[in-house]
Design a protein around this ligand. Sequence first.
Ligand code: FEO
Length: 405
Amino acid sequence: MEERNITKDITWVGKVDDRKVPFHRLILEKGTTYNSYLIHSEKPTIIDTVDIEFGREYMENLSKLIDPSEIEFVVINHVEPDHAGSLPALLSKALKAKIVCTELAALELKRMFRLQKREFLIVKDGDALEIGGKTLLFLETPYLHTEETMMTYLVEDQILFSCDVFSTHIAAVELFNDLSKQEYEEDFKVYYDLIMKPHRPYVSQMLTKIKEIPIQMIAPSHGYILRKDPDKYIEIYREKSQMKDLKNPKKVVIAYSTMTGNTGKIAATLSESLTQAGVDVTVFHLKNANLEEVKDRIRECDGLLVGSATRYGDMVGNMEEFLKILQGEDFHDKKAAAFGSYGWSGEAIAYIDDYLNQLGFCVIDQKYLIKTLGVDSPLLPLRVKFSIENQQQVEEAGRVFGEQI
Ligand code: FEO
């Protein structure tokens, strides 16, 4: 760990980790950095900390620059341990520091680190904080990378502390992109694909938020500080988040069996939501469909949504016959999810989910959403009690499915 100035009154106090770091089931072959920043304003402020493993080293280094008891604010943009991990070590010395974060982050930090007795300053999107001669502006960026995340913008210096966004997992010893002696742009794009792409709609929201903000420098949490051409990296995110192949839209088949019409209405809403997202959708009401034709369409599709009402604890109509004729095919490259209306326990949806897994589809369900999006959400499989009351929820399920194919 070392300290380096990024402007005359902002010091990088992070850690270069050049090991092969395990992270979200990946091995970061080129290592990473945990970027923490000290703003030497009248009310000294820290932006994020370093990984939990390096707390002692972090404090030793920081203490050479400032008496930690003088620190007034610690901004935590994101609570994952590679950002907030050394917060307890910092707070043990920064006794008067207020923790600045979103409401959700505060709940999580209090529980993770037993900080109930510490003072929190909860900020919302667009809030500003005077830190003595400088102003911080907070921008909530949910799901980039997890729900509680925000960015911090230093108004006077036009620096965006962008947290996981615009990061690169690379042991960036040179600190600034214009000093880099190694290729990093491909790593920057790979980072986007791995960490940001699953949350693409939120990337678009974030880009809209920062559009009107003048940005001289992007100071992310990992990898190079983007001092040269920050707009270029924003543009890479813009292009990647908008990437849609209009000539070859993704194809989804929706196949359903309904009893009173409620599951049919869910199918129609899902179809509408996907169509709006530019997906080519074919809907089959199985009662009236040639099952071999449905199977042919599934062979060509990118995603399959299968829905059934539940009657006497089981699927209705010819749903089971349909699922059985799919056996023996290779569907491993296709996404699938179950849906349905139900009155009591909705067993049909669970049975469809089982079938889709047995058939080898990549099934989008709660487990998938946790692992891929970091979201503990019951959105898929989509279970609707009787008729649709929450139209938004069904549309959102369609949108999320469309994003994953
Ligand atoms: Fe850099 Fe979401 O962790």
